[in-house]
Design a protein around this ligand. Sequence first.
Ligand code: SF4
Ligand code: SF4
Length: 373
Amino acid sequence: MIYKPFKDISLSRLGMGNMRLPEAEGSSGPNAKIDYEKAQEIIDYAMSHGVNYYDTAYIYNDGDSERFLGHALQKYPRESFYLATKFFIQATPKPEPVFEEQLERLKTDHIDFYLLHSLSEENVEDYLNSGCIDYFLEQQKKGRIRYLGFSSHAGVETLRRFADHHPWDFAQLQINYFDWKYGTTREEYQVLEERKIPIMVMEPVRGGRLADLTPEENARLKAAHPDWSIASWALRFVKTLPQVQVILSGMSSLEQIRDNVATFREDQALSQADTELLMEVCEQFRSQIQIPCTACRYCCSGCPMGINIPEYLKIYNDYKVTGAWALSYLPGVQSKGTPADCIGCGACASHCPQSIQIPELMAELAELAKAAQ
Ligand code: SF4
Ligand code: SF4
């Protein structure tokens, strides 16, 4: 395992994310109970291969993630690992009972890395004005929190404002090569880099989507490095960024952790040629799976059902890259008609400069929406 100094300690570059642990039989989804036996094998593998950073949150698995981790790590000396957990103000607004319960669940008297969870435009005022930051700073003074930070899904401006609140010890960001190229990740990274805030990375493989691209793009990456897994390209990309401290991976099987540990066995990141290839592959991958809608709205005026076609296509593209959770945004689209109302008249497609087969996509979206209910 490779390590990187953080203040007065040393952290493994690979961190164990505990959000996707094996689920107990008959239990699934975000509130699933954990299969303690299978999950313990993963933790034991991580501990025996030098992973010393363990990330969880009050809300993961409806509390079972913290409870499991407290149980799983009990057999190891407390100084042999670092615990990271989080407080999410939108779920539980009072910090004190949450923090006390977390210490109990995790069977510890201190949290090494404590985060305000999932900063966004919706909760930034609550975090800034509720007094919770003062409460956690107080716990830090008492030695019950070692380092205080936050995780963010906020836009660049909100992130900048929050980062300037006080000198945070660290922050957690979603970074992967796809969002680096097509999202605002690069700017978010720069906000933290300018302030010298070390970054813990979440979703380096974009929820697993970058572990398996299209057959053509997989083959191009395999040809360059036959012994690298497709997922390891994503991890190696993040590893090259100097402000990055720990790279979290939400591992749910021994196979995954074996592959990830192998990737972090040595400090070999990506060469310039590798990075160029990866960016080309990323571009091709995107063009193969996404619809080239430019949101020009030429299709909308002729639709007799008043369907907000570009908004639905945006969700369709997110679904192709991110997976089924993107479909949860379908009911929130501002639109008179839904994809299920499409009568297949084709009036939209004849106006589309990108020649997108809109009626077919509306039918597919209607099916997906039905399956997601
Ligand atoms: S095919 Fe469907 S989406 Fe297109 S104009 Fe007709 S009803 Fe609207
Ligand atoms: S006309 Fe085509 S490119 Fe323009 S918004 Fe409609 S689907 Fe998208």
